[in-house]
Design a protein around this ligand. Sequence first.
Ligand code: ATP
Length: 298
Amino acid sequence: MSNGKIPEASETFGAESAEALQALRIHELSVRSDPDDPESSLRLDSVSLRLEPGEWLTLVGVNGSGKSTLARVLAGLPEAGATGSMARGFAGVYPAAYVMQNPDAQLFGETLREEIQFALEWSGQPAGLFAERTEAALGLSGMEELADLPWSELSGGQRQLAAATAAAAGGGPLLVFDEATSMLDETAGRALRDLALSHHRNGAAIVWVTQRLDELEPEHRVMAMSRGRLVFDGDGRTFLYGSPPGAERSPCVQCGLRLPYLAELALEMYRRGDWAEPLPMSEREWAEKRRKAGLERE
Ligand SMILES: Nc1ncnc2c1ncn2[C@@H]1O[C@H](COP(=O)(O)OP(=O)(O)OP(=O)(O)O)[C@@H](O)[C@H]1O
């Protein structure tokens, strides 16, 4: 175990454990709206999936499709009346860090420093390492100067980043972000996403729930939900454009989401024969496309 930094996923779990190498598996998991009423609607309908250690899974779907319910299950939070089976594998027995839409719903301390201490206690970190781990967590999110200010002096975006900083301070093999950027402006959203990416680089698996399709990245796995069921599992480019692009209604449109304007544009250029595959999908790829097309001023 190394000191002075956030523990990497393998350190937190214990890399020597065989279970640490196993996927998190759920099999035919269903959750009803009312656990006491077998006729009530299904919030999750017979969902099966494997999440591998260190994987980044982006979970999308319209409102009410079951994303949060599935995210909570994957995080290891209790869902009354769930049926089916789950083996937590690398995710371990403790609930994963879970970052919600509204930071104020999950802040208990008076300041960020206090919040991080709570999170470290909760995740069972040795008390002797608290000070170092707190500095490491603050460093990773660049929040050192805000650590001792009361929440009222932080903006909504800063409080959201603070909630994520604290939730993830214990390291841990799995972090779940449930529409965590939905109330943030672009700058705050990017800071939060950068924090998630840093933990991912350190080996953590990430479940990233979002309705913002501009957050899809080519290298991340995408799952889409509709009416409690998993209706797509694959790469983001196929999700947005279909395979081949535009051959039929894309998985994105089929599950009720609207294709982002830029993706519509790319598809139109492809249909007209002006652009070839792969069509751009992420901010980085669009910047590259614009640069190549000479659309950006030097
Ligand atoms: N605690 C609960 N008890 C009963 N029904 C619930 C509960 N939470 C959510 N639901 C219902 O379960 C269904 C799935 O909700 P869920 O929040 O998982 O979907 P979602 O895709 O995350 O939606 P949103 O984007 O609006 O948060 C919805 O019909 C919702 O009304």
